[in-house]
Write a new protein. Structure first.
Lengths: 155, 155
DNA sequence: ATCGCTGCAAAAATTTTGCAGGTAA
DNA sequence: TTACCTGCAAAATTTTTGCAGCGAT
């Protein structure tokens, strides 16, 4: 089932099936939102997604509603870079999409980090506190190589 | 210099001095905001701070402006629990206030964590990526003991 | 007496909601 | 055909800005 070239990425067909299973519908705006996310390898804000839609395909409100639905369905993951703007990234198949980012505080370039580190620390925190179902959000910030360079080459 | 009972917490006098050094002023609203933060051991949102002011002492706009200034002066630290609401906590003297929280996803109780994510891993990320001045934001989420209990005792 | 700070009003920016009509299944 | 989805408008939030007057130093 479903194994084209794009590998682990969620495909439109998958999402359509999952939508149908919940008696929701695959529509042009939702396709377009997913395409926009597929075209980028880092999280996009609502406005960035909206801007990426060809021909202003749908209303901004529809993007909001789509992202709410897709997040609830766990088709996308929401990330927060501490600036109050929610950013969304396509979840990958077969995992919960849990990972972290390294963001340049100057030019906002985003590096995807594959490792997730604090699991052991998380376990310890869970057992110390008595909390269950403990998860975490972790993002790194710093100055990327280009932005360290005084030369004014647009970063 | 300055050593009353409240120990490592920033005192009003300290902040007044720091303000004066930057030719800013210690005013009643700023005092009240600091008092509100002192009265709580977990981060407060702008609206919570505003609500905590006695007698609606100042305008909401002033709270916004105060928090911007105090954050810039590093008198307070801003935290983000992933819900798009900025929360502020009084910084402690002598350290940068860097720490993390464990937040109940059901009742929003906040546990202050003293541990910090291993700096060594952060170093490794920095050297792998070439980023400088790398920092991070890390918050934990889970279900607190009271909220695990089905008994309806308000949490 | 400065010059920073505040309140008020208003603008700007972001997100949600209601409803009539369009459309996927 | 059903009921989900969308556009449009409007409301509700959240945050920022302008400006005249107040007030800390």
């Amino acid at each position: 089932m479903n194994s084209h070239g794009d590998g682990v990425r969620v495909t439109g067909t998958d999402v359509a099936d999952r939508l149908r299973r919940q008696s929701r519908r695959m529509t042009a705006p939702r396709q377009a939102v997913l395409d926009a996310l597929r075209g980028h390898d880092h999280p996009l804000s609502i406005k960035e997604i909206f801007a990426a839609l060809t021909n202003q395909l749908c209303d901004l409100v529809t993007v909001y509603r789509s992202m709410h639905l897709l997040e609830e369905m766990r088709v996308v993951n929401r990330f927060d870079f501490g600036d109050g703007v929610a950013r969304y990234e396509l979840a990958k198949e077969g995992d919960d999409g849990h990972h972290h980012h390294l963001i340049c505080t100057s030019c906002a370039v985003v590096i995807e980090l594959d490792d997730c580190f604090p699991h052991e620390l998380q376990q310890r925190i869970a057992s110390h506190s008595g909390f269950k179902a403990v998860t975490h959000r972790l993002e790194f910030f710093g100055l990327c190589p280009r932005c360290q360079d005084p030369t004014p080459s647009r970063c």
